[in-house]
Design a protein around this ligand. Structure first.
Ligand SMILES: NC(=O)c1ccc[n+]([C@@H]2O[C@H](COP(=O)([O-])OP(=O)(O)OC[C@H]3O[C@@H](n4cnc5c(N)ncnc54)[C@H](OP(=O)(O)O)[C@@H]3O)[C@@H](O)[C@H]2O)c1
Length: 220
């Protein structure tokens, strides 16, 4: 039986990914803040939590993230930029998933195909940013894309069949988008199904890239 690890399993998309992976016959391990005291912004916590799961994993998905942290929401103007809030966005959305890869790489098999996917966001693309705003969130996801792209180059040397990617899940009806409920959103179950369809179709030659839920490459 193939094994999967979902980090951030208490989230809207994370929970749906767990359900869909189980439905597809994977043995799924989960990590989340509520059940495991897992804080992705704390490296010691990541090491401790990963020490308690049983690999190897053919699939690792990091589904943590936030647009708002504490009192700080997405900035409309540069004058709203707060250094602490910007650092918090980087800690959660960029550094955390990269640290998961740092410590979970030992659980990725070297002799067969495996996938490490971190949920990013299209708004993290510099190339398609025409609206502006959302400084911290955009920058943190752009940093995540760079970190995973860079790691993918290195991982390919030791894990020839590994695929490391960032994925845009679409606009999904979760806690995350509650304030934007007027916009068309897909269900978390649909998003999970879309994301797993993309993950299952990826080949090692596509490692290091940024894809949306349709499997289309997103510009950096
Ligand atoms: N929903 C969308 O439309 C959309 C669009 C583009 C990208 N994304 C990306 O998709 C990912 C998942 O989004 P979602 O819609 O599923 O959001 P969500 O329902 O709010 O779930 C977020 C998850 O992140 C976890 N989390 C937050 N801070 C954490 C921390 N410090 N340590 C550990 N876990 C932490 C939450 O844990 P708790 O349950 O403990 O709070 C929860 O499991 C995010 O990276 C987001 O940027 C979502």
């Amino acid at each position: 039986m193939k094994r999967a690890l979902v980090v951030g399993a208490s989230g809207g998309i994370g929970h749906a990914l767990v359900q869909e992976l189980r439905h597809r016959g994977h043995h799924v391990s989960t990590l989340s803040r509520g059940s495991d005291q897992f804080d992705i912004t704390d490296e010691a916590c990541i090491i401790d939590a990963l020490g308690r799961v049983t690999g190897p994993f053919e699939t690792i998905i990091v589904a943590t993230g936030a647009l708002e942290i504490g009192a700080f929401g997405p900035e409309k103007q540069i004058k709203a930029l707060d250094p602490g809030a910007l650092a918090s966005q980087f800690a959660l959305n960029a550094i955390g998933p990269a640290l998961v890869l740092k410590h979970a790489l030992q659980y990725m098999p070297r002799d067969r195909r495996s996938v490490f996917a971190a949920l990013s966001a299209r708004v993290g693309s510099i190339g398609v940013n025409r609206l502006g705003g959302w400084y911290s969130y955009r920058a943190s996801k752009a940093a995540l894309n760079q970190l995973i792209h860079t790691a993918a180059i290195e991982v390919a040397r030791s894990h020839k069949q590994a695929i490391c990617v960032t994925l845009h899940p679409g606009t999904v009806a979760t806690r995350f988008t509650e304030k934007y409920a007027g916009h068309p959103r897909v269900s978390a179950a649909q998003a999970a199904s879309n994301l797993l369809w993309v993950i299952e179709g990826l080949s090692p030659s596509q490692s290091g890239k940024f894809f949306d839920w349709r499997g289309a490459e997103v510009a950096w």
